[in-house]
Design a protein around this ligand. Sequence first.
Ligand code: ATP
Ligand code: MG
Length: 384
Amino acid sequence: MVNAPTPLPPPARLGIIGGGQLGRMLGQAARRLGYGLWVLDPHPGCPAAAVADRQLVADYGDMAALAELAAGCSVVTFEFENVPAEGLAQLEAAGTARVHPSARVLETCRDRTAEKRFLSEAGITIAPYREVRSAEQLEAATVDLGGRCIVKSALFGYDGKGQRRIEAPGQARAAWNSLGVPVAVAEGIIDFRRELSVIAARSSRGELVVYPLAENVHERHILHTSLMPAAVTPEQAAAAEAIARRIAEGFELVGLVAVELFDTPDGLLVNELAPRPHNSGHVTIEAAVTCQFENHIRAVHGLPLGATTVAEPRVMLNLLGDLWGAGEPDWSELLGDPRLQLHLYGKLEARVGRKMGHATMPQASLERALAWSRAQAPAQRAMS
Ligand code: ATP
Ligand code: MG
């Protein structure tokens, strides 16, 4: 490739903005390869701090702290989209460290309106939608979209937060008022058969790899289980790969992009993007030859990417804070299945709906793990 940046092999130091579980697992992969690691996160003792050489305790938008991170690291990356894009753009302009993915990718994916424009312009099928800035506009959009819709805040959404479902135009005003944001998107409700996702990694040298599709089940708007590979037709696999490739190349992405998909009778439709490791990709730690975290680390340092092949299907079960209501869950019991792997993120406070860890296992083990999680049910009642 012309003008491909030189690879930055270990022991270069990586800087991650955000120190939650994604930063922690990115850090673990970086460590395994022999990279150094700094993380920037406002919460002392954040999950990634345990695997970092140093934590800069500062807000994501703290320009002095961001500059210090860039000065101390060869590459700066981020673990989630809710980082102020202006700060990243300034780092990029300063050129002290390489910034991957780019500020443009972050700007697009942190704002649903920009993301939908990008996808439409790339010729990718998405749900019909309208940008709305008032209760009147939302009501008109609901009528346009067939009398029902889901309205989502343009910024700062995750795990279904910042969303309202509207079943009739008359509900639009109350939904708008309770959302309380200046800009939102109203989407037509899609009667999908199931939810899928596909993750691509693209390196600074232009190499691109795509993981097999995952099938995702949500509960209370939070990812519950992911199975990889999903049972799909060769046509669906090819369609998903083409979508992921077009998005990664359209962005000239360096890093990962996860594409959330709805499987509909009319084909695959893109729900949303995440320019980072994705919860549905945690399963790749054990299932794939190279996990999503390692491929992100390789991609941003310009190293060759690793194979994404999955030999045996595995399923990931998220472990939410609900399980902690009666104290620490019984890990010995869960680990009684020798084919199961447990990942805990080192979060000190368990809250309902908070992602505390996950477990990965063969499909045949899922029933047993679900029974275990139901057996912690008194915990759920105690907490809610
Ligand atoms: P997450 O952080 O889990 O990805 P999010 O807050 O970013 O969630 P979305 O992915 O946009 O939100 O939506 C959450 C869930 O709501 C989807 O996974 C899907 O189950 C449902 N959903 C979203 N949009 C639609 C739609 N247009 N039609 C039907 N269901 C939808
Ligand atoms: Mg989503």
